[in-house]
Design a protein around this ligand. Structure first.
Ligand code: CAO
Length: 436
């Protein structure tokens, strides 16, 4: 059995004669309990009048611009008796404190009729990005992942209505561009991903991406698109360093130093030490962007990219300034093994300040690593090779290590990028000061 229910404006405290700025439903619509029927906006707050019953809208008793107060009937709902709520009980709306856009409308208090839900100050709040929209519209946008600040408004007083969001989403879906097919300047006007039936051209096999590849892929894509990075190339002469490293390892073996011999001192450990020196000398490389601020870190945690059968992972060696090269080498070996075994904990992969991506054990002459956000720079290392180097009198065979530093140009300009990379090369060429 159905029942006609008049939905009235409940107690809205000191507010009186408030204009109706949006009618969220039309006659014939099916509404759920608490769905917004109309939106009122005073000079201090915006509030929805929610339905006190689930059912079908039979009548709408207000028009846009009407000024209404507590007790005014806004709509008539045909509802099953069991589905309606008890008579409305006063619920005073909170004064117009700016509410974050992402905040869901407050649930109606238990055992009372739904009260108008104030959601945003009439004046644009920083959190809302200056957009005007009712709670139901905000909820709708949130459900679709739509950024309201990009949606052109067609409602009264520049308000965004539900249809605006639908039009925006349709525009994005059909053109891959911003609303209405016109670029608003903020997004990437990309063509849809090419869809090719590869099987038409030959035999294929489809393999799902690993979990790590899916996660790292999303991070890499974001970093590639969002960071205006420049790569600086430099050659480091590591002839003496490599001789020293090999000697260290040999001596540890000869002396029967079981602990030392079991851990090979790697080039990576020296690279980490050299980068720590670089971060000390050029503190902006040990930073992260946070809006208009640069967060400078006073600690030295260096991450390194590790290739694993499941994909790329990036463990972090913490407080490298307090560790010797041998200790760093030992820790890298443990972390690299854990990485390969898929046993790194989230803590072991967080807190990095700067990353090293060393592919030199495999090969390469140079490459452009992708900055590992929120860090601002990453050092790529390729394979060292013997090269003839002119010393002013003659060519000498020197072991040359190619370095490729990618840095976020928003923080690091070209001169600093070049200075930093040259300094790392200088430290590697003569590690003694760094080791003392
Ligand atoms: N030039 C020449 N030889 C190098 C070298 C370089 N830059 N770096 C390492 N080598 C040599 C080592 O001396 C070692 O030789 P020996 O076995 O004769 O001693 C050999 O290459 C293997 O080194 P390694 O790779 O095992 O050790 P490492 O400490 O240099 O690297 C790690 C460890 C974890 C960085 C490495 O295993 C790895 O995963 N590298 C790939 C990182 C990667 O994928 N980066 C790309 C990220 S973006 O996609």
């Amino acid at each position: 059995m159905s029942q006609l229910i008049e939905v009235k404006v409940p107690d809205i405290g000191d507010f009186d004669a408030i204009p109706v700025i949006e009618i969220c439903v039309k006659v014939g619509d099916t509404v759920k309990l608490d769905d917004a029927l109309v939106t009122l906006e005073s000079d201090k707050a915006t509030m929805d009048v929610p339905s006190s019953a689930a059912g079908v809208v039979k009548e709408i008793r207000v028009a846009l611009g009407d000024k209404i107060s507590q007790g005014a009937v806004v709509a008539v709902i045909e509802a099953a008796a069991a589905e309606s709520k008890p008579a409305p009980k006063a619920e005073v709306p909170t004064p117009a404190a700016p509410a974050p856009v992402a905040q869901a409308p407050a649930p109606a208090p238990a055992k009372s009729a739904p009260a108008p839900q104030p959601v945003a100050a009439a004046a644009p709040s920083p959190a809302s990005g200056g957009t005007h929209a009712s709670p139901s519209v905000r909820l709708f946008a949130r459900e679709l992942g739509v950024d309201l600040s990009r949606v052109p408004a067609s409602g009264p007083k520049g308000r965004i209505v539900k249809e605006d969001i639908t039009a925006f989403v349709k525009g994005v879906m059909s053109s891959g561009a911003s609303a209405g097919g016109a670029s608003l300047g903020g997004g990437l006007d990309l063509l849809p991903w090419p869809k090719v039936d590869f099987a038409k051209f030959g035999e294929i096999e489809v393999q799902p991406l690993s979990r790590i590849k899916k996660i790292s892929g999303q991070n890499l894509a974001r970093n590639w698109v969002m960071i205006p990075a420049v790569t600086y190339h430099e050659d480091a002469d590591i002839t003496e360093l490599e001789a020293f490293r090999l000697k260290m390892n040999k001596e540890a073996e000869k002396a029967g130093d079981v602990a030392a011999a079991s851990v090979k001192v790697t080039l990576l450990a020296f690279l980490i030490k050299a980068c720590e020196r670089g971060l000390r000398k050029f503190p902006e490389f040990n930073s992260s962007l946070d809006g208009d601020n640069l967060v400078l870190k006073k600690y030295f945690n260096i991450a390194f990219a590790a290739d694993t059968p499941h994909g790329l992972v990036v463990p972090v060696v913490k407080n490298v300034d307090q560790k010797s090269v041998t200790e760093i080498a030992a820790e890298c070996a443990v972390l690299a093994k854990k990485a390969r075994d898929g046993k790194l904990s989230p803590a072991e992969m967080s807190g990095g300040c700067f990353t090293i991506s060393s592919v030199g054990g495999i090969g390469g002459t140079s490459f452009s690593p992708i900055v590992n956000a929120p860090e601002v720079a990453i050092l790529g290392v390729s394979k060292s090779v013997m090269k003839p180097v002119w010393n002013g009198k003659e060519f000498l065979p020197r072991l040359i290590l190619p370095l490729s530093l990618s840095a976020d140009h928003r923080v690091i300009d070209g001169a600093q990028g070049t200075r930093f990379t040259a300094y790392i090369a200088q430290v590697l060429a003569d590690m003694r000061p760094a080791l003392l």
